[in-house]
Design a protein around this ligand. Structure first.
Ligand SMILES: *Cc1c(COP(=O)(O)O)cnc(C)c1O
Length: 364
């Protein structure tokens, strides 16, 4: 049997007719950028998250970049972020000229809330929380540290669509929640897409201006903005997928539950969920000290896996200028050396999952 780490085609075929009808509708509409599908998606996604406003954007990186920009974060400012994130989180900070300050993760792969306060300096302007792998950070503590020190709070929810902390959706705890709709995300488009959500009318207004060349009224440009618009095709297809989001999430939760119940954890560490959170399992990430062997062994059985992520941002070539050294963030680095994402996707069959579990359980 051949099992890929992700199957975006399954996610399409599951709702094929609806996607195809919507695609034709958009093609025949004669209107392709910033129109009724985008407006509907912004309303639908705001309602889904429980935020007052959603502004759709071209991708998740620009959602982060624009969020940092709108909060007035500039060169010389510091933003606290977890060390073990996807590099886009950090680029959203550094594209604005600000400096990322890395914090080690906790046992749930999230920013260690108890280690934030020690990193706050006179230059700290914000904390960026990344709900990595669809798990959820310790939001009560993080929100209270931000309040105490008057820091802005940005959430990178590129992997956490629908994940909740004490019943409240990720993305709605701070000033701005940033989302990506890259095809492999839980709420994926068929190309690039992104959005911010916020309860602040002024932030929403600024994001709309910023995404469209800095203009509110066509050809009257207030600021130097960018082109970061979601197109009608992606918005339309996202409206279709969003209408099935509950089912999509439930399916991942059931797959994760089966993994948790059936994987024998001798040589591997299984992911754990924080109490009072609802995880959406963007990835199912195990850890193994003999990772290379495990990867080879699984690949011989036709099972694909991915490492998210092999090089932590502080050791990336792009960030050599920050001057970090290997060994500086031992937990982050340990995760980078041992994590492995096993197959997890919409439409994964029992048979496929059983095959993966049998293979992993036979690894010795
Ligand atoms: C995917 C991802 C992004 C970037 O989103 P794009 O739409 O690919 O630009 C940012 N942060 C995290 C945690 C991601 O997983």
């Amino acid at each position: 049997m051949e099992i890929k780490p992700n199957r975006m085609d399954y996610g399409f075929f599951k709702y094929q007719q609806e996607f195809e009808e919507k695609a034709l509708e958009v093609l025949r509409s004669g209107w392709y950028v910033l129109g009724k599908e985008v407006n509907a998606f912004e309303e639908n996604f705001a309602a889904y998250t429980g935020a007052k406003y959603c502004v759709s954007l071209a991708n998740g990186l620009e959602a982060l970049q624009i969020a940092v920009k709108i909060l007035g974060i500039e060169p010389g400012d510091e933003v606290i972020v977890q060390g073990n994130t996807y590099i886009a989180s950090v680029m959203g900070i550094t594209m604005n000229g600000a400096t990322p300050v890395f914090v080690e993760p906790d046992a749930y792969y999230q920013i260690d809330a108890d280690k934030i306060e020690a990193c706050i300096t006179g230059k700290t302007k914000a904390v960026m929380v990344v709900h990595l792998y669809g798990l959820v950070a310790d939001m009560d503590k993080i929100v209270s540290v931000c309040k105490k020190h008057d820091l802005r709070l940005i959430e990178d929810c590129a992997q956490s669509h629908g994940a909740k902390y004490k019943g409240k959706m990720t993305g709605t705890f701070g000033d701005i929640g940033c989302f990506s709709f890259y095809p492999s995300k839980n709420l994926g488009a068929f190309g690039d897409g992104g959005a911010i959500v916020t309860d602040d009318e002024e932030i929403a207004k600024e994001a709309k201006i910023y995404r469209n060349y800095g203009s509110e009224k066509r050809y009257y440009n207030k600021v130097v903005g960018m082109n970061s618009r979601l197109d009608e095709m992606q918005a339309g297809l996202l409206n279709v997928r969003l209408s099935h989001m509950e089912e999509i999430t439930k399916e991942r939760q059931e797959l994760a539950k089966r993994y948790g119940e059936n994987l024998r954890a001798e040589l591997i560490t299984l992911p754990a969920e924080r109490e009072e959170t609802e995880t959406v399992w963007h990835q199912y990430v195990i850890r193994c000290d003999r990772r290379e062997e495990l990867i080879d062994y699984l690949s011989q059985k036709g099972i694909g896996t991915i490492i998210h992520y092999p090089i932590p941002p502080h050791l990336a070539e792009a960030y050599a200028y920050l001057g970090h050294k290997k060994g500086e963030f031992p937990i982050t680095e340990h995760y980078a050396d041992t994590v492995l994402s096993i197959p997890m996707y919409t439409g994964m069959t029992r048979k496929e999952q059983d095959y993966v579990m049998e293979a992993i359980n036979a690894f010795a």
